[in-house]
Design a protein around this ligand. Structure first.
Ligand code: AMP
Length: 176
């Protein structure tokens, strides 16, 4: 059990109104990351019930997902795979586009990042509408990954994003 409560992590998350644009309340996790005890506690909670031999790869979503996925991979002793915004990865990629409020976005992954049948844990900082995570789930399907779980530090549950993520178990530490 962690020495850090979820309530303590929650109270360190900073709410920034009207960023990056009017009407959005940005959940700023940098105070959690900047406190070694809270960051370690957040990792412990994020990986609750996941053992060293349960996962082959941890996948993180550009950019804040990388922070948690990389830390998780070293804790679990498994590989880390970045899912990036289109145009950043140098090798052959699979791509998946999804709609944003205005326009669309595309995420990409290297074609050889996960081998068929490998067990994957997907991590990101925050689940909002679920567009980004759903596109990532599609990418992982193209790779033949076995998605064993999807976990977030924060879920904006009122946006209903988890409905778009398929059948893998979804968990979040802090829910709004
Ligand atoms: P979505 O595709 O709508 O689920 O958006 C998820 C991505 O956008 C996450 O990777 C978050 O980093 C970022 N994001 C969306 N809404 C917020 C918010 N209110 N505060 C901080 N980050 C957000």
């Amino acid at each position: 059990m962690s020495m850090v409560s979820v309530a303590e992590i929650e109270s360190a998350i900073r709410n920034v109104p009207d960023f990056p644009k009017p009407g959005i309340q940005f959940k700023d996790i940098t105070p959690v990351l900047a406190d070694g005890r809270l960051f370690a506690g957040a990792m412990e909670h994020l990986l609750e019930g996941v053992g060293r031999h349960d996962v082959d790869k941890v996948v993180g979503i550009d950019a804040r997902g990388f922070i948690f996925a990389a830390a998780a991979a070293t804790r679990l002793g498994c590989g880390f795979v970045p899912v990036r915004k289109k145009g950043k990865l140098p090798w052959q990629t699979h791509e998946e586009s999804y709609d944003l409020e205005y326009g669309s976005a595309t995420v990409a992954v290297h074609v050889d990042a996960v081998r068929p049948g490998e067990r994957v844990l997907l991590l990101d900082d925050l689940l909002a509408t679920g567009g980004t995570a759903a596109a990532t789930v599609s990418l992982l399907q193209k790779l033949g990954a076995r998605l064993v779980g999807i976990r977030f530090l924060i879920e904006l549950a009122f946006l209903g994003g988890r409905r778009r993520l398929g059948t893998a178990p979804v968990r979040a530490l802090v829910t709004y």
